[in-house]
Design a protein around this ligand. Structure first.
Ligand code: ARG
Length: 587
């Protein structure tokens, strides 16, 4: 990897070893961005203290810094070394080194990003909508963020298991199946709105359940039949699952989400594993009967009065819980899927649930040092009024309608923005769809996933600022240079030279793509990648405004700038693709 921060860290460590002995070889060289140079090594200050303790006499950090510099071998990549202030070592990279490394990025099919040296099998659980319920904007967010996390891990060479933990089991299915019988199974087959309008279907079932005792009785008996695996009941249940799956897939397709039917492992999938999971927890003495229910009490979780908080594993009526399914899921992933990491991309309100389920799993020995589980929390989506996003009537916002509105708004923003007039109606429609969807996805990904954000279509679809359309347009602008110059980006081979400040900044940015991806993967935070892509586009804009490409002063400069354009285009497109943001060829 050519990230100068790492290259320099290794060199400073070598200097530390040479100056003070091999035991200093893995001290943290404290490399930081610098105001006065590209980077600075701040290790001399903590090191002076350490040496003072060892040598028993006062050590001047500036002298320690000088000793490091005397042993520092960086002439191949650093143009200037300077000791400043109390002992900071300022390091200015050489233009030739930056240019050479950028050339390496250009020449590498992976843009200088290595595959992980320690690939893991990772479950990324995301989207997880509920059968017979409309997906809401919270599911939109878990879907978009989870998909990007999965794409990034994939790219880094991990073995990713995408997992859609659909809510397809439990007591509501009694009333839903009975309501399906009332409406008629053929209505589902015809895709009639009495069934396919999931919100209306659910509400109608609920209303009958609450007001008609006979219906409620049928629903309860149906739950028993479902849990017993009665064939006819399972057939009806499957019809409901299929209607919902078709609906989920239309949303995934429109969003360009990589989930397929094969990734669905809903709650029902773990039904047969619940009893053995509970038996294991009982055998290990973790699950105990408390007030008729079987509970686990993970240490450290207490209620308001300091009383231990239970995870209810089996209710007093013998039924299992949401938590039981999650425990069975973890056990399955560890025992059968043999995963090393599980990332749950789920709303922040479920934080306590996951903490407690993870704690019980650690007690059971399913999670430990070798297997890591983490809740990648997703913050709420708010309306422009700062409250949870709702329709004007106060209902939950339908996803499809939200996306339609985004595309419509994108169309207006696009038409106002100077557009290419050789583009016909069909291409415009395709572009506008990509801009609208890209705007929504990018807005979601560019804020840290656990913070709330305001769903403001005007801001999201703007071509200015940190938005999807701005980034899409940056790629289009690069493509148009190649089109105008009659050159293919694949033929822009350089060599890259760095002379102008804007060329230098752009080339330097290209070198840190891999580090950013690794950090985003480690923390399951795609906004780090979004920020990088935005910074890269800004660096490109400065370059574009200052450094003519096709009208460069000479042929060597032109070839170098075309190569910088090509490397930027590929890095931007790859970055946006890993965010799941589509990029039109023209706009
Ligand atoms: N279906 C749930 C919901 O819509 C989310 C499931 C989250 N995943 C889990 N393993 N509990 O809220």
């Amino acid at each position: 990897m050519s990230d100068p921060q790492f290259v320099l860290a290794a060199r400073v460590q070598a200097a530390l070893a040479a100056a003070f002995g091999p035991s200093y070889a893995d001290s943290d060289p404290v490399i930081r961005p610098s105001q006065f140079a590209d980077l600075q090594a701040n290790v001399a200050l903590p090191l002076a203290k350490k040496l003072q303790a060892e040598r028993g006499e006062k050590q001047n950090p500036r002298a320690v810094a000088q000793e490091i510099v005397d042993h520092l071998e960086v002439s191949d990549l650093v143009a200037n070394v300077e000791i400043s202030g109390p002992g900071f070592i300022n390091l200015t990279l050489s233009d030739a080194w930056i240019a050479g490394e950028a050339q390496g990025v250009l020449a590498d099919a992976r843009l200088g990003v290595p595959r992980s040296g320690a690939p893991q099998r990772v479950v990324v659980e995301y989207s997880s909508p509920n059968v017979a319920k409309e997906m809401h904007v919270g599911h939109l967010r878990t879907t978009i963020v989870g998909d990007s996390i999965a794409r990034i891990l994939d790219f880094l060479g991990h073995d990713v298991i995408r997992d859609n933990h659909v809510g397809d089991w439990g007591t509501p299915f009694g009333m839903l199946i009975e309501h399906l019988l009332d409406v008629g199974v053929d209505a589902a087959e015809r895709d009639d709105s009495s069934v396919s309008d999931l919100t209306a279907f659910y509400q109608a079932a609920r209303a009958k359940f609450d007001s008609e005792p006979a219906f409620a009785g049928r629903a309860r008996r149906r739950v028993v039949a479902l849990q017993a695996g009665d064939a006819e009941t399972m057939r009806l249940w499957q019809i409901l699952v299929d209607v919902s799956t078709r609906y989920f897939n239309t949303v995934y397709e429109r969003l360009g989400v990589t989930l397929t039917d094969a990734d669905i492992k809903g709650e029902s999938f773990y039904n047969d594993a619940l009893a053995p999971t509970v038996a294991e927890l009982e055998a290990k003495g973790i699950a105990v009967v408390s007030e008729g229910a079987l509970c686990a009490f993970p240490p450290g979780f207490t209620g308001r009065e300091g009383e231990p908080l239970p995870v209810i594993i089996r209710k007093s009526d013998g039924g299992y819980n949401y938590s039981t399914t999650d425990l069975a899921t973890i056990r399955y992933r560890v025992d059968t899927e043999d995963v090393q990491r599980m990332i749950y991309v789920v709303g922040a309100p479920q934080a306590l649930h996951f903490q407690m389920v993870f704690a019980v799993s650690r007690m059971a020995g399913w999670l430990g040092d070798e297997v890591r589980a983490e809740h990648a929390q997703i913050g709420n989506v708010l309306g422009v009024d700062g409250k949870i996003l709702r329709t004007r009537a106060g209902g939950t916002v339908k996803l499809a309608e939200l996306l339609d509105e985004a595309v419509e708004r994108a169309g207006r923003a696009y038409d106002e923005h100077a557009r290419d007039d050789t583009i016909d109606g069909a291409e415009r429609a395709d572009i506008v769809e990509k801009v609208g969807i890209g705007a929504v996805k990018y807005a979601d990904l560019s804020v840290s996933r656990d913070s709330e954000y305001i769903f403001d279509l005007d801001r999201m679809t703007s071509f200015k600022g940190n938005t999807g359309p701005y980034l899409q347009y940056a790629t289009v602008r690069i493509r148009s240079i190649f089109r105008k110059g009659g050159v293919s980006p694949d033929d822009a081979l350089g060599p890259i030279l760095v002379a102008h400040e804007a060329e230098r900044a752009l080339a330097l940015r290209l070198l840190t793509f891999g580090t950013v991806l690794e950090q985003a993967a480690e923390t399951a935070e795609p906004h780090r990648l979004a920020n990088y892509v935005f910074e890269l586009a800004q660096d490109y804009t400065t370059f574009f405004e200052n450094c003519p490409v096709l009208k460069a002063p000479d042929e060597t400069t032109k070839q170098s700038r075309l190569a910088l354009c090509a490397a930027t285009l590929r890095t931007l497109s790859t970055g946006l693709d890993l965010l799941g943001v589509p990029t039109p060829e023209r706009m």
